[in-house]
Design a protein around this ligand. Structure first.
Ligand code: RET
Length: 259
């Protein structure tokens, strides 16, 4: 662990604290918003709440770990000898990335055999992506980081490819209003998920180690807020519009039969 300036230490401290607040608020909001969408989308909101709930817990743990890893020594924050535990992030992603994908499939209302195959493939790819990234993340050796990072990028690209293709198919059969939101969702996914491999690469760029650590933690925290609460809000907007298009309590089949 490097020695940090006051500003560097505080930036991560505040970013972690802010993220706890964002995840906690999103948890309450998603649970309360559940009753404003049609029955078939209620589990989408429950999944969204579980995701940010899991993240809030891990951010509380990361916050304590960050506080324990440094001590104020007059003009700087020096390492206490206790390591900042990166494993909380990876444990969090291992649980939440598959759930984020399930949340998306649930709001698209993909059903039957197609859904099961899609979920299985995406969940396995997500677990491989996170699992393969971890050994590199905790290594202080650049080559090790690069090898595991490259391996992790293979399932990452696979997930992006499947999402891009399937979202494109889903977009084609939705109303114009939903289509705009799905296009935004696709951009939000790309913009937030793209931050993770970039933040991961920072220690390889010959930056000052303190700067690399701080930028990585802040980068991951911002990406997590976009990828979980902001993504959940967009998914909620989609569920709301779909609910209004098919009023609560009236099955879609009945509406179709009625013309
Ligand atoms: C790692 C290792 C380096 C290569 C790649 C990675 C990708 C990580 C991603 C994480 C996504 C996390 C999300 C969290 C949700 O809140 C593991 C950093 C490609 C894409 C969406």
């Amino acid at each position: 662990m490097p020695t940090l300036t006051l500003g560097q230490y505080d930036l991560v401290y505040n970013a972690l604290s802010f993220t706890i607040a964002a995840m906690g608020a999103a948890f309450v909001f998603f649970l309360l918003a559940r009753n404003t969408v049609a029955d078939k989308y209620q589990r989408v909101m429950v999944i969204a709440a579980i995701i940010v709930g899991i993240a809030a817990y891990h951010y509380v743990r990361m916050f304590s770990s960050w506080s324990a890893a440094f001590t104020y020594s007059g003009s700087a924050y020096t390492p206490t000898g206790e390591l900042f535990n990166e494993a909380y992030r990876y444990a969090d992603w291992l649980l939440t990335v598959p759930l984020l994908l399930v949340e998306l499939i649930a709001v698209l209302h993909i059903t039957g055999q197609q859904r099961r195959g899609l979920i299985a493939r995406l969940v396995i790819a997500a677990a491989l992506m996170v699992g393969l990234g971890y050994p590199g993340e905790i290594s202080s050796d650049g080559a090790t980081r690069l090898v595991w990072g490259t391996l992790s990028t293979i399932p990452f690209i696979y997930i992006l490819f499947v999402l891009w293709r399937d979202l494109g198919v889903a977009m084609a059969r939705e109303s114009a209003e939903v289509r705009v939101l799905l296009r935004n969702l696709r951009l939000l996914l790309l913009a937030s998920w793209g931050v993770y491999p970039i933040a991961y690469l920072l220690p390889l760029l010959n930056l000052d180690p303190a700067l690399a650590l701080v930028a990585r933690q802040v980068g991951y925290s911002i990406a997590d807020i976009v990828a979980k609460p902001a993504y959940g809000l967009l998914i909620y907007a989609i569920a709301r519009i779909k609910t209004q298009q098919a009023p609560v309590g009236v099955p879609e089949e009945a509406l179709e039969a009625a013309g």
